[in-house]
Write a protein of this length. Structure first.
Length: 116
């Protein structure tokens, strides 16, 4: 089982980023997919998840600014983040699992830094 994130980086306040997570085909089609983040000194928190059938859920902190989507043909889940603020700075982790929110499998993380 492999989850590989990409798309992180440094962006200014108000900017946008799209994170991608490529999953091994053996798990993608049967699992919900999600994004979590962990800022320095803080607990890891759920950002958003998308169920197999497409139902989505967002943390209040990103609702209206972020969109999670999945491309089943590419075994990839995306997190489009807009209107970024410094509080969004964190390592973002992709996760997969049968249950929601998904927590069974994890990627290695990708750093997102939003400068003020």
């Amino acid at each position: 089982v492999q989850l590989v994130e990409s798309g992180g980086g440094l962006v200014q306040t108000g900017g946008s980023l799209r994170l991608s997570c490529a999953a091994s085909g053996s798990i993608f089609s049967r699992n919900a997919m999600g994004w979590y983040r962990q800022a320095p000194g803080k607990m890891r928190e759920l950002v958003a998840y998308i169920a197999v059938a497409g139902r989505t859920n967002y943390a209040d902190s990103v609702k209206g600014r972020s969109t999670i989507s999945r491309d089943n043909a590419k075994n990839t889940v995306y997190l489009q983040m807009n209107s970024l603020i410094p509080e969004d700075t964190a390592v973002y982790y992709c996760a997969a699992g049968v249950a929601t929110p998904p927590r069974s499998y994890w990627g290695q993380g990708t750093q997102v830094t939003v400068s003020s």
